[in-house]
Design a protein around this ligand. Structure first.
Ligand SMILES: *Cc1c(COP(=O)(O)O)cnc(C)c1O
Length: 375
């Protein structure tokens, strides 16, 4: 008996005839069982309506919202004393919300610059606070993360901001910075839920959904309670953490469909066995891809070995003139969206939770074959 696609995907196996392996950095691949459930429930969800057609304040949607938060809390083992917010505005909205909420006018904040996304966070923060750069990896062309001992932290900073995983550069911190009494703020957009996390180390964690949580539209914020209620005057209510927390993330109409899909992804993660299981799978996928790259003279990855991302693997070809052929042929083989970010070019394979090991194995096989033919 053949297993249905859903069972195959649930069992960690895959039928490539149904869907391609999508290596997009974001919005990114979602687990097939989740998409199938969304499809099955799209028109008739509960009581003959779509989830998109009901009030966010009705009991049916409130149950969705509460379960999603409970699952997130369980998966990440979020300790008491933290609030979970389902906001909008993406990670980019948080680039402003963080300084607006955590730093009074005239304060300064420490930022660690490891590439594109930390640079974007810094640019936005400069509109609200004095930014002190605690480390800048420009000298290595953003192919490294600074060591703890290299961080030039200021004791009176309002907070320390960093980007644990640089989605474009493929650089991931191998440690959580120690910042003493200064709250640590992390943009976890492209690494949240990829492995267990010690939330207690952080003052605030934020992540847009479209990499590893669900469709774009939802932004998750996990914030320590003592950091609520500090928003500076003039902060828009939709970016005020305390106002948002007090309203149960329903200060205004939330992105209900995205919240619902994110909830299904969190349930899927629970069924997989939680984040320790996902960490094992993610580590194995990343190792398979990096060892294939390192074993070849045709492919290369620029990132220092101790801080290579498990989620985003940029690589280039020894013969860049073959990039177009690589992309066209890989796509024809069902391995899609492998082009690097428009700012850097080259290739990038994003291998978040929803990418099965089979997808990485198929990519490695394709890369070897392409090298044999062109190397
Ligand atoms: C994708 C991404 C962002 C941008 O998210 P938006 O939702 O588009 O604002 C910011 N930071 C990181 C690390 C990302 O991966």
């Amino acid at each position: 008996m053949e297993m249905a696609g859903r069972e195959l995907a649930e069992a960690g196996s895959w039928d490539i005839g149904v869907r391609v392996f999508n290596f997009s950095a974001g919005p990114a691949m979602l687990p097939l069982p989740v998409l199938e459930q969304v499809r099955d429930e799209l028109v008739e969800w509960q009581g003959g309506v779509s989830v998109m057609e009901v009030s966010h304040r009705g009991k049916d949607f409130l149950a969705v919202a509460e379960r999603a938060e409970a699952d997130l809390r369980e998966l990440l083992a979020i300790p008491p004393g933290y609030r979970v917010l389902f906001m909008q505005g993406g990670a980019t909205g948080q680039f402003s919300a963080v300084p607006l909420n955590l730093a009074h006018t005239g304060a300064s904040a420490d930022y660690i610059d490891t590439g594109h996304w930390s640079g974007r966070a810094i640019g936005e923060a400069r509109r609200f606070v004095t930014v002190h750069i605690a480390a800048d990896e420009a000298a290595t062309n953003y192919s490294t993360a600074p060591a703890q001992s290299a961080l030039n932290l200021t004791p009176d900073a309002a907070y320390v901001h960093y980007t644990p995983n640089e989605t474009i550069g493929g650089v991931e911190f191998p440690y959580v910075p120690a910042t003493g009494d200064v709250p640590l703020v992390a943009d976890m957009s492209s690494t949240i839920l990829s492995r267990p996390l010690d939330v207690a180390r952080f003052g605030l964690i934020y992540a847009c959904a479209q990499k590893n949580i669900g469709p774009s539209g939802v932004t998750i914020v996990i914030v320590r309670e003592d950091l609520l209620g500090r928003a500076r005057p003039g902060t828009p209510s939709v970016f005020d953490y305390r106002a948002f927390a007090e309203a149960g993330s329903m200060l205004n109409t939330p992105p209900t469909f995205g919240w619902y899909v994110a909830g299904l992804v969190l349930q899927w993660l629970q069924r997989q066995g939680g984040l320790a299981v996902m960490a094992g799978r993610n580590r194995a996928k990343a190792e398979a891809l990096y060892s294939a790259i390192d074993a070849s003279r045709f492919y290369s990855n620029p990132v220092a070995r101790d801080c290579r991302s498990w989620m985003n693997v940029p690589f280039s070809l020894a013969r860049p003139e073959l990039e177009k052929a690589f992309l066209a042929e890989s796509s024809a083989a069902g391995l899609t969206h492998l082009s690097g970010h428009r700012s850097v070019g080259g290739m990038r394979a994003s291998i978040y939770n929803a990418m099965p090991a089979e997808g990485v194995a198929a990519l490695v096989e394709f890369m070897r074959d392409f090298e044999r033919r062109n190397g």
